[in-house]
Ligand binder design. Structure first.
Ligand SMILES: Nc1nc2c(ncn2[C@@H]2O[C@H](COP(=O)(O)OP(=O)(O)OP(=O)(O)O)[C@@H](O)[C@H]2O)c(=O)[nH]1
Ligand SMILES: [Mg+2]
Length: 485
């Protein structure tokens, strides 16, 4: 079953699939006690867990059946057949050592395997898109798959968030549970400041003007920006003037305000979920200042596209930084996504995009992801270059759906936002990707993006791993921001 992350739905209708004979046990429990999330969220979570566990056991049983073609023994056998040569320059350094013997650590085995592969490759004609480090790529692939953890607080919280959005316990996917856990974890630092501060000030008594003053400084400290903070506080004050507001009502109202703020630009864009349009060419440009996470975001999006059932291609249009093409190539290898590049120095980025669109057309590719430079000799040059790329896309693919996504590093807070807005005109921005939410207490910058830049947030990144970027959902974001309240 393919889970289409962009549209947030399973490709095969999940209600039908739960009627599958293969899922009988989970289905029985669902039929016996249809969970009502409002009445009993914990029971709902239990049912969802039981179902996912049954699915996992079934998948494990299937996985055990076929005899694996390359068992670990086979790998070490083949290694011991060939004596390793001195280490090739670009790969990770491995000390010159005698031929690998049985009992090597996994890392050593992987290194030996890479080395062997490198030797083979050196004898073969050069193939641009060939993965260069199979063992690493394999290890990465394993990481890509979410696994079902314990029935713990993270699971029940994630299940509750899904249930609160009206989801059926029989529809929940491991993909979503896994992501919500990561999102909550990623927002830990922002939440600590926010929730702890809020809890300290909120007693059991109705909200007071003093509590609102504290909330104001909490929002500003989380980098929500003056505009968003004022808007939220005005709404709360007005509500308090109308009636007595007890703490839990106050929190619910606050959550609503935050959601509305984040949703406003999404609503006005007319597109609730940004997904590649099937049956036509989609071109998504990643733009932003240097180091914010453009290339990483592009790599994660390529993976998300493939695992959601779309075909993708990467255009390596950052030709300014020497290592940029290799970096993009590694991401392409991780998801088997072809990369169109021109590795010669000072290649024209617009020409790379030109080639990529041509290749995508002839292959019928759904989505072309374009990496762009974050820094050139001057800012003026950078804007010119983005302009040129944009013109090539518009001229060559007038029928394509083009998205220009501003990548923003959350840890740079509002300064980053101001700096980044310079891109708005040159690149015709249509949306924002917020990265590095993990490791910063400035997660509130999402609110500033929505209120000050008026741009819809489309994806958020909360970690360096390949699964740490997913489409933005304001409900889930606010719940994760205020988890515990
Ligand atoms: N913790 C964390 N790190 C991230 C995230 N996204 C990207 N990074 C890291 O940020 C660093 C820079 O990422 P890149 O993708 O190379 O940034 P870029 O915008 O392409 O940089 P330039 O091409 O130099 O302009 C890398 O070390 C990434 O691993 C994230 O969501 N969380
Ligand atoms: Mg880059």
């Amino acid at each position: 079953m393919v889970y289409d992350w962009f549209n947030r739905q399973s490709e095969t209708a999940p209600i039908q699939s739960s009627e599958d004979s293969t899922d009988a046990s989970a289905q029985e429990s669902q039929e016996e006690t249809p969970a009502n999330a409002e009445d009993d969220p914990l029971e709902w979570a239990r049912q969802a867990y039981a179902r996912l566990k049954a699915q996992k056991e079934q998948a494990d049983a299937i996985a055990v059946e076929p005899v694996p073609e390359s068992s670990p023994e086979t790998v070490s056998d083949s290694q011991s057949e060939s004596a390793p040569e001195p280490e090739p320059a670009e790969l990770e350094p491995v000390e010159a050592k005698p031929a690998p013997v049985a009992g090597l650590s996994l890392l050593e085995q992987a290194a030996a395997q890479r080395q062997e592969r490198q030797q083979q490759l050196e004898q073969e004609p050069e193939v641009v898109s060939q993965p260069i480090a199979d063992a690493t790529v394999e290890a990465d692939r394993e990481q890509e798959e979410p696994s079902l953890g314990e029935f713990d607080d993270t699971f029940t919280w994630s299940a509750e968030v899904l249930a609160a959005q009206g989801r059926d316990a029989g529809q929940v996917t491991l993909e979503e549970i896994d992501w919500l856990g990561r999102l909550r974890q990623g927002l830990e630092k922002t939440r600590q400041g926010f929730v702890t501060g809020l809890l300290q000030n909120l007693g059991d008594d109705p909200l007071t003007p003093e509590v609102l003053d504290d909330l104001e400084s909490l929002l500003l400290r989380a980098d929500a920006g003056v505009k968003a903070t004022d808007q939220v506080l005005d709404a709360l004050r007005q509500r308090m003037n109308e009636e007595v507001v007890d703490p839990s009502e106050g929190i619910q109202f606050l959550k609503e305000q935050l959601r509305d703020l984040l949703e406003a630009p999404i609503k006005s864009s007319g597109v609730d979920l940004l997904a590649p349009q099937r049956g036509q060419l989609n071109v998504w440009l990643m733009v932003g200042v240097n180091g914010v996470g453009k290339t990483t975001t592009l790599g994660k999006l390529a993976n998300l596209a493939v695992r959601s059932g779309y075909s993708a291609m990467i255009a390596a249009a950052d030709t300014f930084r020497a290592a940029a093409v290799q970096q993009v190539q590694v991401w392409g290898d991780r998801s088997d996504v072809p990369v169109v590049a021109n590795p010669s120095a000072n290649a024209d980025p617009a020409a790379v995009v030109f080639d990529a669109i041509g290749a995508a057309r002839s292959k019928g590719t759904d989505l072309v992801l374009v990496d762009t430079a974050g820094r050139l000799q001057t800012k003026h040059n950078l804007m010119e270059e983005l302009n040129k790329i944009r013109r090539v896309v518009d001229r060559l693919a007038p029928d394509a759906t083009v998205e220009s996504l501003l990548v923003l590093d959350a840890s740079q807070g509002q300064n980053g936002l101001k700096q980044a807005m310079a891109f708005a005109r040159a690149a015709g921005l249509t949306g924002v990707v917020i990265t590095k939410l993990d490791g910063t207490a400035r997660g509130g910058v999402a609110l500033a993006v929505a209120s000050e830049a008026g741009l819809p947030i489309r994806f958020i990144g909360a970690g360096e791993g390949i699964r740490d970027l997913r489409p933005f959902n304001s409900f889930e974001f606010v719940e994760a921001l205020l988890a515990g309240r």
